[in-house]
Design a protein around this ligand. Sequence first.
Ligand SMILES: Cc1cc2nc3c(=O)[nH]c(=O)nc-3n(C[C@H](O)[C@H](O)[C@H](O)COP(=O)(O)OP(=O)(O)OC[C@H]3O[C@@H](n4cnc5c(N)ncnc54)[C@H](O)[C@@H]3O)c2cc1C
Length: 388
Amino acid sequence: MEFPLRGPASLLNVATMRYGCDMHNYDFAIVGAGLVGSAIAYGLSSKGYSVAIIDEGDVAFRASRGNFGLVWVQGKGFDKPRYSEWSMRSAELWYGFSEELSNLTGISPHYQSPGGVHLYYDKKEMDSGRKKLDYINKETGGKFDYKTLDRDSLKELIPEVGKSVVGATWSHWDGHANPLLLLKSLHAGLNHYKVKIFTGDKVHAIKQDNGGFSVDGKSGKISAGRVVLAAGLANKDLAKFVGLKAPVSPNRGEILVTEKMRPLLNLPTTFLRQTNEGTVLMGDSHEDVGFDDGTDSSIMSNIASRAVRALPALEDARVVRAWGALRVMTPDGYPIYQESEMCPGAFVVCCHSGVTLAAAHSKLLTEWISGSDKPREIDDFISERFYV
Ligand SMILES: Cc1cc2nc3c(=O)[nH]c(=O)nc-3n(C[C@H](O)[C@H](O)[C@H](O)COP(=O)(O)OP(=O)(O)OC[C@H]3O[C@@H](n4cnc5c(N)ncnc54)[C@H](O)[C@@H]3O)c2cc1C
């Protein structure tokens, strides 16, 4: 049995005009309920569209459940300044997004935006880091701004910073959140907006059907006017069904978490942050180990010693948890946002900053997916750049 599109009149018109059909169970089917798929499903459903989200579940690789939780702009987009602009648009929306989720669901993602620092152990390295940030500043018309902190100024922000840290760059654009609470809050939002969630359901085929799409999984065929692939590393295989390419591969990061500590850090750094519960997260390894999402004691040891150099008070801290998780990486590290030419109405979204970009995905990307123009900042992020 099929139902007419229930979404706002604007989509109904656009869908009927572009795809010649308005008879589907859902306006949108989203494949993948990680941070990317959930932020998109939340944004679409909050605008009044009917949405189904299909997720494979615990057996799949799930970056959204193993990440560091930074909402980060500093240093992003060095060779593609538009990515810096896109990250800033998301950062600008994050506070309102977080408030909206907290008020709606009662679950706060614990977003804080005290600014963030990148710490340097070496003056030359710091000079080269500053050159990159100056370039981004210039290319974004001064919008991305930052400050250089010498050791004394840094000590005002982090009184217990280690002796080997020579200085830092600070940007007000940076912050952090609890990524698991963000996901939980988004899922509660999906329930609020009556999104149909199919869990433990692996999508194995997607076909064009009746002017829309049929998404085939364990629950049978889900019929939708449009489909969004947000299945992380699995996008690579799923994209082929709709004439798209998503050349993503895994890149492992390991994270260590300490017991609860007294307040040591009141702002996040690229590899060290203290949560509002008091635990300290240490991380930022980048490992090319295929689909192995385990841990490696030598890498963990490096992560821990770098953290202790930054904050000697961590020396006696007990590590209570550690894990490895796989980033969803494209060859150049930048996202893919693309609608299929062969199957209009099918979209693919891949990115490796799903926390940072959650607000933009929910608020801005959904405008494009539901029929408006693609945001200028992400116009170039299509997979053809890898095949020239
Ligand atoms: C160690 C580490 C640290 C990170 N730190 C940060 C950070 O500080 N800040 C930041 O912004 N980002 C960070 N990231 C990146 C961020 O976690 C990812 O960008 C984000 O989680 C990607 O979300 P996703 O929804 O695309 O993918 P995933 O979380 O992998 O979700 C994909 C979903 O698709 C489902 N799925 C897969 N195949 C199928 C199928 N065939 N059918 C149905 N469902 C399917 C899976 O079940 C899964 O739930 C980090 C990542 C890692 C690994």
